[in-house]
Design a protein around this ligand. Structure first.
Ligand SMILES: Cc1ncc(COP(=O)(O)O)c(C=O)c1O
Length: 358
């Protein structure tokens, strides 16, 4: 058997539980009702010839640039944000460089950075998962080449204020700061275009979440034109498949679909947080399409009880500082009704009591 590089041998294995996902999928932060019907119609129009041709990224980059109000030279379409993270690591990291991430957070920053041989320094989030600005600043050294922050963060749903992120970028001018806005649509604040004054800033967006295109694999990395040009050097010319490229303009054009879905998710998020409050379940205010809650020693029983009711939720108890925690994705209004009904039953089953009724 061949031996992998030392950095690869030392990587932790990451196996998200993708098998056997029958039921209401509130476990992966996906769009739970699927993409716009107009996207499906576009898919059905694709011809054999279109599938036979190598995909052309540039025309669709012009469309997305218009949508984001940036110059086409300031962005690169990628095979999901996952690829954007990978490309940033490959562009900027040498072995023994340092990468800063705030934990708990999305697993791919650690994996892609560690695979280059760089040293990943994990900065624990503050109390109630607050963004630890001072602690992060204190870890910056001349070797810091990448800082990755999900905003809103996964799995906590918490956010960092723009001023804090910009301060971090300014204090580490030798490093790329990636602000991963995968959940932007559920939050509303962005750092897009601020690389024009803080040049080492990159912003990533995905179409896997609000747009419901996770299966097509398409995202975007944006930043200063010269920096995007550097990252593009190592990207495959055909990194984004032709089906995704054909569908993206249609998905962007159906604004109403995404807006209506996002509205329902935000209402559901409020209702779920209120319900947790009623039962005295510790949870953290979220700006994303999910809420993290702590079920303590009843965590496994709770997950099983929800599964028995046809609802999949995600065990996040293995994440830093998340012992006993479960992450629940929000979906449509009807799905939230179903979620709340099942949640009440499951909570009663694990012996919880409504705080108000005590
Ligand atoms: C913060 C964050 N970034 C990126 C991704 C992955 O995005 P994509 O599907 O575009 O690769 C996820 C998915 O869970 C995420 O939570």
């Amino acid at each position: 058997m061949l031996e992998a590089r030392a950095a690869v041998r030392n990587l932790p294995t990451y196996h998200p539980p993708l098998a056997g996902r029958d039921g209401l999928r509130l476990d992966f932060n996906e769009n739970t009702v699927g993409c716009s019907p107009q996207v499906l119609a576009r898919l059905r129009q694709l011809t054999a010839e279109q599938i036979a041709c190598y995909p052309e990224r540039a025309p669709v980059e012009a469309v997305i640039a218009g949508h984001l109000d940036v110059d086409p030279k300031e962005l690169l379409l990628t095979n999901g944000v996952d690829e954007a993270i990978h490309l940033l690591c490959e562009t900027f990291l040498d072995p023994a460089d340092e990468v800063l991430i705030v934990v708990p957070t999305f697993a791919m920053y650690d994996i892609s950075a560690a695979a280059t041989g760089a040293r990943v320094i994990m900065v624990p989030a503050g109390k109630n998962f607050q963004f630890p600005t001072a602690a992060l600043l204190s870890q910056i050294t001349p070797r810091t080449r990448l800082i990755a922050v999900a905003n809103p963060n996964n799995p906590t749903g918490s956010v960092a204020e723009p001023a804090s992120l910009l301060e971090v970028a300014r204090r580490a001018p030798q490093a790329a700061l990636l602000v991963d806005e995968a959940y932007f649509e559920f939050y509303g604040k962005t750092l897009l275009r601020l690389w024009r004054s803080v040049s080492n800033l990159f912003v990533a967006r995905t179409f896997s979440k609000a747009y419901g295109l996770a299966g097509l694999r398409i995202g975007v990395l944006a930043g200063q034109a010269q920096h995007i040009q550097l990252v593009s050097r190592i990207a495959s010319l055909y990194n984004v498949n032709g089906v995704a490229l054909a569908c993206l303009p249609t998905a962007l054009a159906d604004n109403d679909y995404v807006r209506q879905y996002v509205d329902q998710v935000r209402q559901g998020r409020e209702l779920l947080q209120q319900e947790f409050g009623r039962w005295g379940v510790q949870h953290w205010p979220s700006q994303a399409n999910f809420v993290l809650a702590n079920f303590g020693t009843s965590k496994t029983e709770f997950i099983q009880s929800m599964r028995a009711r046809g609802i999949l939720v995600r065990d996040r108890s293995g994440d830093f500082g998340c012992e006993g925690c479960v992450r629940i994705t929000l979906g449509s209004t009807e799905q939230t009704d179903q979620l709340l009904r099942s949640l009440r039953e499951a909570l009663a089953e694990i012996g919880a009591h409504e705080v108000a009724a005590q």
